[in-house]
Write a protein that binds this ligand. Structure first.
Ligand SMILES: C[S@@+](CC[C@H](N)C(=O)[O-])C[C@H]1O[C@@H](n2cnc3c(N)ncnc32)[C@H](O)[C@@H]1O
Length: 488
């Protein structure tokens, strides 16, 4: 029975003023002083540390040159180089606290994980000041509080806490109060040089302590050695030879009888070879590697603007799958594991995807939701599982743009047990045209396609049973469900 996708007015009402505030932050420094750190800590959290650092450097360095070009000394090449050098140092100093937070925070838990940014935000400029590297006015308690506010807000947003918006509103009312009192010349707390130095030293000590603590906390590494039943289902996607696990010097590798080696990286066995990233698979993989870190956030923000209740949106198509607690389920383009939340408790979850970035964020999600799943890096067109391994197999949101859809469907049918249920869900051409072809990042990928999206019902072999096609959300999505015959 299909649930209706509910609409959600409140997020829509809230989304506009919040977005306006962030836009204002780009033009008014008093707003930007609050919105900038929020955007910064969110952004570096969505990126690998090095990539995040380089992007943040570009954001900090290039606009500062553009907006301050009048100050650029035209007296000679040496002065010009000196000016550029100092602008670069200023950019590094402003970006380092965010990178420190990106490195340390994921290793800490709870509210403690919000502290690296404010501590580093005070400690790094204080240290620079003490070493006479540049000058800075942003040292002290106000910096600490603004950065802590930013880190806490993003922490709450990542935990999908509904109170995020209340904290956001309270923070901004407070900020507006401080700004107003400033403009009415009411004395506000200003850190004295002495207080700044003491506070800077305390922050530096705190940041160092947190780093040491973060390094000492043992990371729980997922091992495949304690899952022999799962390993027994694995086979080489290229030769179909069964695999066995070898652990050498702390690293695990799956090896086939013909000697193929598939490394396990960060708990995820990798089954890709370069050919898997050609054609449409390669093209769209570049998109997912770019947006993987904020894929979930895009869904939440777009959902809020459109007034879509995301839970009922996912439940809408996941309710079409016939899954019982205890079933083993495979999603063949699992992305960030969003659909897993809508399967019954006690389901044995497996997910495969072509994008390491999407899978890494899927792992973060599972950790946050305290869920367990086996994840694999691989191509849906050549699955690394033995025949008849799963009770249910489905593919949501990726099927349309697989390089070889027919092969991917044959693979789904191969690995599902006789009598097992299957589903293919994806967008229709109408949705791709009206949304992806117009999106700022997506348009470059989805415009000028060789062919339009069609509902792939013609690919489902006629011997499949209970074949149903549902058009969802006013024809924007389709879902095909069917069952592998019990006796084949
Ligand atoms: C729109 S996302 C959908 C993610 C998830 N299923 C969901 O509904 O949120 C599409 C996913 O398909 C994956 N994908 C694309 N081509 C693939 C292929 N040939 N094999 C496996 N995954 C693929 C992408 O990496 C991406 O994570």
């Amino acid at each position: 029975m299909l649930a209706n996708v509910k609409s959600s007015r409140w997020p829509q009402i809230v989304a506009w003023p919040v977005a306006s505030l962030f836009v204002l932050g780009f033009f008014f420094s008093s707003v930007g002083a609050w919105t900038g750190p929020i955007l910064g800590v969110w952004f570096v959290g969505t990126q690998k540390p090095r990539r995040g650092f380089l992007w943040m450097m570009a954001f900090a360095f290039v606009p500062s040159l553009i907006f301050e070009w009048r100050k650029f000394p035209l007296t000679g090449p040496q002065q010009a180089l000196e000016y550029l050098g100092w602008a670069l140092v200023a950019a590094v100093l402003s970006v380092l606290p965010f990178t420190f937070h990106r490195l340390v925070s994921p290793r800490l838990s709870g509210l403690l994980s919000t502290l690296p940014l404010p501590l580093a935000g005070v400690a790094i400029p204080s240290l620079a000041l003490a070493l006479h590297i540049g000058t800075t006015s942003m040292v002290g308690l106000p910096t600490f509080l603004v950065f802590w506010f930013a880190a806490t807000l993003v922490w709450m947003w990542n935990r999908e806490s509904r109170a995020t918006i209340l904290v956001f509103a309270a923070g901004f009312v407070l900020a507006a109060g401080v700004e107003l009192s400033r403009s009415f010349s009411v004395a506000v707390l200003r850190p004295t040089q002495l207080f700044g130095t003491i506070f800077g030293s305390i922050s530096l000590g705190g940041a160092l302590l947190l780093s040491v603590w973060a390094l000492l906390i043992p990371t729980k590494k997922k091992t495949w050695a304690n899952r022999p039943q799962t390993v027994a289902l694995l086979q080489s996607p290229f030769t179909a030879n069964p695999l066995h696990l070898v652990s050498e010097e702390g690293t695990e590798t799956l090896i086939s009888s013909s000697g193929e080696r598939f490394p396990v990286r960060d708990g995820i066995p990798a089954f890709l070879k370069p050919e898997d990233l050609t054609g449409d698979n390669g093209k769209y993989n570049r998109l997912y590697e770019t947006i993987g870190g904020f894929y979930d956030d895009i869904q939440r923000v777009v959902g809020a603007f459109r007034g879509v209740d995301l839970d009922s949106y996912f439940e809408n198509y996941m309710s079409l799958l016939d899954v019982k607690a205890g079933d083993s389920v495979l999603e063949t383009c699992v992305g960030t594991c969003l659909n897993f939340k809508y399967l019954p408790h006690g389901t044995k979850l497996s997910g495969l995807d072509l994008s390491p970035e999407m899978l890494a964020n899927g792992q973060n999600n599972l950790r946050r939701w305290q869920m367990e799943a086996d994840l694999y890096l691989g191509n849906a067109e050549s699955l690394p599982f033995a025949d008849a391994s799963f009770d249910v197999v489905y593919s949501c949101g990726g099927f349309n743009f697989f390089s070889d859809r027919a092969k991917a469907l044959r693979e789904m049918i191969r690995v599902v047990k006789p009598g097992g249920h299957m589903m293919i869900e994806d967008e229709t051409e109408e949705y791709v045209k009206s949304t992806y072809e117009k999106g700022p990042i997506t348009s470059g990928f989805y415009s000028n396609r060789k062919q339009a999206v069609t509902v792939p019902i013609d690919l489902v072999p006629p011997e499949m049973e209970d074949i149903h096609v549902e058009m969802l959300k006013d024809g924007k999505f389709y879902a095909i469900t069917f069952r592998k015959p019990a006796l084949v």
